[in-house]
Design a protein around this ligand. Structure first.
Ligand code: ADE
Length: 274
């Protein structure tokens, strides 16, 4: 049975390394430069090896377009991570997804335009080849199912699916954009799932996200428009839900045999290489 190691990517408001016991800061770089904060934190959750990356840096000083997503995912791969659980603050595009709700997204739409999305970019220090990777399903179905099951067991309500549109940011959407995303069928809007989810797939790592709705973006007539302050406030109020869910799911991940999923993820990459 493959030994698992879990990468945790902390988003806005969830980047506290205290969740890890026996913490060790690891300074490292990658063929794509250094990860956020030039380091990751290795440690244990309930005795299970984990690695925490703080996506925007500990001081939240890295704007979403400037996060070195490639370095973050590469670093997690290099350190042997087989799974990634990423937290993300999102705006809700559906009435029934209320601020404070937890969602486990199952698909994405890419509305970013200035991010590097592949390790296979033809540069001399990058891995060689051209990779045309099928995206569906972008999130690991098995990992999503396990998170949803665990949430139920610990009485955390969660929405079991939803398409997330990632915008370039750092600005929020206009009302017309927000309404357009609704016509696309999107449930959520954020600034970070792309290109993280596709890079994890390129790395053969099983990736799932735990999203928290912090606002109704700006489409809802009788509700305050999104601001950075209300994103932070609602995220902070709900951070324990994510924390408890992550702490509960990690011991369940190690009980499962992931050989098939890991092999399939790797074979998909190999068979998609030109
Ligand atoms: N993160 C949290 N709320 C958001 C919103 N409305 N748009 C983009 N990213 C977000």
């Amino acid at each position: 049975m493959t030994k698992v190691k879990i990468g945790i990517i902390g988003g806005t408001g969830f980047d506290n390394p205290d969740i890890l016991k026996d913490r060790k800061e690891i300074q490292l770089t990658t063929p794509f430069g250094p990860p956020s904060d030039s380091c990751v934190v290795e440690g244990k959750v309930r005795g299970i090896p984990c690695v925490l990356v703080s996506r925007h840096g500990k001081q939240h000083s890295i704007t979403p377009s400037k996060v070195n997503y490639r370095a973050n995912i590469w670093a997690l791969k290099e350190l042997g991570c087989t799974h990634i659980i990423a937290s993300t603050a999102t705006g809700s595009l559906k009435e029934e997804i209320k601020p404070g709700d937890i969602i486990i997204p199952d698909d994405f739409i890419d509305r970013t335009y200035m991010r590097l999305q592949t390790f296979y970019d033809g540069e001399p220090n990058s891995p060689q080849g051209v990779l045309h990777l099928p995206m569906h399903p972008p999130f690991s179905e098995s990992l999503r199912k396990l998170i949803i099951k665990t949430a139920k067991e610990i009485n955390i309500d969660c929405h079991k699916e939803g398409t997330i549109v990632t915008i370039e940011g750092p600005r929020f959407s206009s009302k017309s954009e927000s309404k357009m995303f609704q016509t696309f069928g999107c449930a959520l809007v954020n600034m970070s799932t792309v290109p993280e989810v596709m890079l994890a797939k390129e790395a053969g790592i099983l990736y799932a996200a735990i999203a928290v709705a912090t606002d109704y973006d700006c489409w809802k007539e009788d509700y305050a428009n999104v601001t950075h302050a209300n994103v932070q406030e609602i995220f902070k109020k709900n951070v324990d839900k994510i924390l408890n869910l992550i702490m509960a799911v990690i011991p369940k991940i190690v009980q499962q045999n992931w050989d098939k999923e890991i092999l399939e993820a790797q074979e998909l990459v190999n068979s998609s290489m030109m």
